[in-house]
Design a protein around this ligand. Sequence first.
Ligand code: ATP
Ligand code: MG
Length: 270
Amino acid sequence: MASTAAAIDLQSIGLTFASRTGVPVVALKDVSCRFEPGKVTALIGPSGCGKSTLLQIARGFLAPGEGRLRYLAADGGESARPPEMATVWQSFNLFPWRTILDNVAFGLEMIGVPRAEREARARQALARVDLAGFEDKFPRQLSGGMRQRVGLARALVMKPDVLLLDEPFGALDAQTRLVLQEQLAKLVEESGTTALLVTHSIEEAILLGDKIFVMTARPGRIAAEIAVDLPRPRSLATTHDPRYGELFDRIYGLLRDEVVRAMANDRETG
Ligand SMILES: Nc1ncnc2c1ncn2[C@@H]1O[C@H](COP(=O)(O)OP(=O)(O)OP(=O)(O)O)[C@@H](O)[C@H]1O
Ligand SMILES: [Mg+2]
């Protein structure tokens, strides 16, 4: 929440994976970036450049081989403990045997929130993503877009200080995606959560981000840090703003070269 908004600071992060072929994969090299409190930071880069890896490092799930990860409190000092974090993945990861309400309430159940309270909070979270009335349904009865909104509600219900989104809308059709992007922008603005959004979509990065880090092909480095100086609330109409076009062209120019490099990498490493 805004009062406890946390920043994540990554300095000179490097990570190399062992691989089946024995040739180590340098996933990240000398990556320094900061995810500011209460802001949305988008990470965009070619496939395999290490975006998800960086997210896992920020989450504290993967230890970097080199460099330093720090969580900062609102006053800029280092936090003694990590902030509360929640992740939304591209695959919906819902429990098929649980109702929508119980899926959303699951995280609260894990931390021992009493039933009445967790159900009330889950209902509220579902209402925020326009899914009131679907509490008793099962995941298979919902469309892909609705299931992804359940995934979002499941993260929001935890009132995280930091929301991590790894291509949350990647599997959805373009129209559903647009609607969800607008909803997500609104939710993040209202909650004041620090958000980190991994995306392949330049449009999504601009519509949602306060700042965009463009990454290079593997080994992933930061190619550019771009501030998105477009007014909020943003919507489809924003894409007609000349400033939007300028930002889009700049990011596309940076990415194009990197995508070509990534394709060459793939050919080499199979
Ligand atoms: N556990 C692992 N063991 C070995 N190699 C890994 C592991 N996880 C990731 N990699 C490799 O590290 C590189 C970065 O992977 P990562 O998933 O972070 O990329 P990404 O930018 O998220 O890609 P995408 O856009 O396709 O999701 C890739 O080459 C990947 O194959
Ligand atoms: Mg990924």
